[in-house]
Design a protein around this ligand. Sequence first.
Ligand SMILES: Cc1cc2nc3c(=O)[nH]c(=O)nc-3n(C[C@H](O)[C@H](O)[C@H](O)COP(=O)(O)OP(=O)(O)OC[C@H]3O[C@@H](n4cnc5c(N)ncnc54)[C@H](O)[C@@H]3O)c2cc1C
Ligand SMILES: *[C@@H]1O[C@H](CO)[C@@H](O)[C@H](O)[C@H]1NC(C)=O
Length: 454
Amino acid sequence: MAPPKIIIIGSGLSGLSLSLFLTRLLPTASIKIYEVRPSTHPSTSGTINLTPNALRVLDHLGIYKSLIPEGFNFDNLTLLNHQFDFLASIPIAGVSEFEYQSLRIERRIVHSALLRKVLEHQSPIEIIYDSKCERVEESDTTVTVTFTNGVSDTADILIACDGIHSTVRKSFVKDPKDFDPRYTGQMSIGGVITKSQIQEYNVNNNPYPLMMFGPESSTGGNFMIWPYDRSGDQFTFFTTLPKPDEEKDWKKYTEDKTVLKKIMQETFCSDGSPWNEMVRKTVELSETEGYRFWPFYLHSIPEKFYSEKARVIMIGDAAHAMPPSGGQGAAMAFEDSETLAYSLAVAFNNAGLSNGSNLNINTPQGQNILSKWSDHRIQRMKAVQEMNKRMSDMRKGSSGSTSGVMFTVKVWAIWLLGLLGVLGRTRRVINNYDAKKEAAAWLGEEAIARYSLE
Ligand SMILES: Cc1cc2nc3c(=O)[nH]c(=O)nc-3n(C[C@H](O)[C@H](O)[C@H](O)COP(=O)(O)OP(=O)(O)OC[C@H]3O[C@@H](n4cnc5c(N)ncnc54)[C@H](O)[C@@H]3O)c2cc1C
Ligand SMILES: *[C@@H]1O[C@H](CO)[C@@H](O)[C@H](O)[C@H]1NC(C)=O
């Protein structure tokens, strides 16, 4: 029986975590990861926030503990208005209720922890850099990928982990144009600053992270100040702004960071600005070089996350990019990879047991498992997106045309109480997700009990 050959496109957070789960749960598989980036710059920069559901997956991979000394742990978000009045402290994580605190950390640190794990113990995972996937074709028995450098490779299955602008997604949905990523007209702009530079303006000593909301999106709907290192000295700050300009204009943001700082100054520091001293000083005192911007894209979500012959599967942003305001994109990618690895382990082993010949995913059993996995993940996505939507409405300032009216203390209070209630319930749903327990629902307790990550 030939061991399964698996190709992964993309060595981002989903590609690396999937490969690690596969080596544990399907140890006979040979795994090749193809990545467009050069080996010298394997990751993008910036910081991300990891909620308990994301950290649980990283814990299962054995890397969570190594991340704690590198990031900022917290349980609560402090909500303030533009005048720096305290609105609420929202509990979003915590060991007692969710097993984990939340962790804000540099993305490249998470990426390199995963990469180190891949390189450990002569792992059966091979990463091939400088390889841009161009197209993917499946037959009844194999899947073939071709790269822009002319190289091609063939495997039993191929998993698309190539992010929101996924090439693989285009190769198997019926109308690729319908699944093109679209710019949402919103972008995040932010920079970095140290605690010592701005602490004196945090007049009531509010605990970090701070999430501040403005009266109108035209004068800045929101402003976040968020520590991202263990000591809590390094801060990232950012806002989400409507920026309906076209991609061609963004070149100037990359080339000249003074443009980004100027946008922030105009929004938050002008004479008529309603914003508090803390926000104004943060923008004014920040180094121009530290500024970055992230345009938000979305794409339509396919009906299922696998192809007709089940040889092409997609996870992470390639399958379902979400608005970054919910801070769940990476978490979803991690959950995808753990649940998919269990599903593939059971699918391949069942196929092997039943027909005794070549392991094959393109069987009624294989298709059935993938279809249940895919339905489950789509349901999960919808639940999380519901919460995302609330968060992003909140960040836009108040929702829609009611902005002026809504910004009275009374309405804020009522609205916040409602939000806290909803958030409390949603938080439990989001934070308590455990992939192995979930997967037992469609794989069966018995089938899954054989597998251990130890
Ligand atoms: C501003 C911003 C803030 C965010 N904050 C958070 C947060 O706080 N918490 C959170 O959970 N999520 C957050 N996210 C979302 C999170 O970053 C993504 O959901 C996550 O990175 C998805 O991982 P991925 O591996 O699917 O895709 P990616 O990380 O995009 O990785 C895709 C990989 O595929 C490679 N690739 C692309 N095309 C090809 C090709 N044709 N051939 C070969 N390789 C290719 C890329 O180089 C890359 O390495 C944020 C996103 C943004 C934009
Ligand atoms: C979060 O808030 C709760 C309730 O106010 C408090 O008991 C807890 O100590 C806070 N957690 C942290 C880490 O500050």
